[in-house]
Design a protein around this ligand. Structure first.
Ligand code: HAM
Length: 414
């Protein structure tokens, strides 16, 4: 679990703002859910035999003896909230959320125990158009963040009955190759055989690549659904690779699933992942409601942006007010308020905590400010302020208050 320090938080804010801007442009509205939910919610939605539920949840009994869990993901909470507040009755919903998620995984680069997601969920739309829209949104988000070179992988998991028929065939195939299965896969053979398909074990790769694929077992509707998504992406110029082994680590998916991957973060290369989950609302006790969504990991996005330096995020102040002497400290704070009134949005840091001229200029320099404003006893006597450029060789000038504000308005153009 990490602290996000001030030198990084500007990039986080920039990223969150950009993504929120894109989502707003498609009519998605933010929903904020609690970080704790009943443990049962995650067991029933993510699946009892998934890594998350079997070994990664932070669960504890509260004072009433109820088992609560720090949310490991947002989809289950979002469905719970939408059901609880009647957002799913005879209407469609386009929602997004962001915040911390918790999984007790083995930490490594790009994989943390507290991490942050921005997630999107769309309810009430059964057709493939919304699947395609969500993927187009993700492509636009990469554009807005200046992230290039990602690979989009796509697959379809069909409907529950299609999957059940396929699952039987797959188990027969895997049983025939039992000697090649590693321990983990043998354990999953009857509980969650589809997960074996995305095993990272290179020794099993050839055998898995030759396994029967679910796409060959799709009914007409599922096949048409998937074709629509693929065709729309082609027409919109978003390239992708169909990966028949992409099955996702959560049990609630049906039909379309997708992941955006990078090769720049080592083993934890999935930046964004999601898919359709038409059965989940009903499974959690609601009326059957089609749904589809995705989530992206903010830490991983930040790492990719930092690595490629694709974002120039300003972390510098505009002005730093140096005030020497008690009178100047008082007058300075009031002057700073007047400048803020005249120039909304300007970033002005007042020197608080005293210090001599030299120490204050050192702080001014560290703040990244373009100008220092200097106030001392003599300036107060003359009713002036010294404006000293910190990032150029230009001469400093002594200005009356009004002239200073006029000058700053011209320079900062606000
Ligand atoms: P997920 O694949 O478990 O899906 O997580 C989505 C993204 O969260 C991952 O692609 C990754 O970027 C990030 N992530 C996951 N675990 C970690 C971790 N330990 N450390 C850092 N980043 C991590 C879901 O959570 C689904 N709820 C997505 C979804 C929404 N499907 C439908 N709607």
């Amino acid at each position: 679990m990490h602290d996000v320090l001030p030198d990084k938080s500007a990039l986080w804010q920039w990223l969150e703002g950009r993504v929120a801007g894109v989502l707003g442009g498609y009519g998605y509205r933010e929903i904020r859910m609690p970080i704790l939910e009943m443990t049962e919610l995650f067991k029933r939605s993510i699946g009892e035999v998934t890594d998350i539920v079997e070994k990664e949840m932070y669960s504890f009994d509260d004072r009433n003896g109820d088992s609560l869990t720090l949310r490991p993901e947002g989809t289950a909470s979002c469905v719970r909230a939408a059901m609880e507040h009647g957002l799913l009755h005879n209407q469609t919903q386009r929602l997004w959320y962001q915040g911390p998620m918790f999984r007790h995984e083995r930490p490594q680069k790009g994989r943390y125990r507290q991490f942050h997601q921005i997630g999107v969920e769309a309810f009430g739309m059964p057709g493939p158009d919304i699947d395609a829209e969500l993927i187009l949104i993700t492509a636009r988000i990469w554009q807005a963040l200046g992230i290039q070179g990602l690979e989009l992988q796509l697959n379809t998991l069909g409907t529950a009955p299609e999957r059940a028929a396929y699952r039987a065939q797959l188990v027969t195939y895997l049983e025939a190759h039992h000697d090649l299965l590693d321990e983990d896969s043998r354990r999953r053979l009857h509980s969650n055989p589809l997960r074996i398909l995305d095993s990272k074990n290179a020794a099993m790769r050839d055998m898995l690549d030759a396994a029967p694929v679910l796409r060959d077992h799709l009914g007409k509707e599922s096949a048409a659904h998937f074709d629509f998504v693929c065709q729309t992406l082609n027409e919109a110029g978003v390239s992708f690779r169909i990966n028949p082994c992409l099955v996702r680590g959560l049990d609630y998916y049906s039909r379309t699933v997708f992941e955006w991957l990078t090769d720049r973060l080592g083993a934890q290369g999935t930046l964004c992942a999601g898919g359709r989950y038409d059965g989940l609302v009903e499974q959690l006790g609601g009326r059957a409601t089609p749904a589809v969504g995705f989530a992206m990991g903010i830490e991983r996005l930040v790492a990719v942006i930092e690595e490629s330096q694709s974002a120039a995020v300003a972390v510098a102040a505009d002005l730093y007010l140096v005030s020497v002497g008690e009178a100047a400290q008082r007058v300075g704070l009031v002057l700073a308020e007047q400048i803020r009134d005249a120039l909304p949005g300007i970033e002005l840091v007042s020197n608080c905590g005293g210090g001599g001229m030299k120490a204050q200029f050192k702080r001014a320099d560290r703040s990244g400010a373009r100008f220092a404003l200097v106030l001392g006893d003599s300036e107060i006597e003359q009713g002036t302020i010294v404006l000293k450029p910190l990032r150029s060789q230009d001469e400093q000038q002594s200005l009356k208050r009004d002239a200073l504000i006029n000058y700053l308005t011209r320079v900062f153009g606000r």
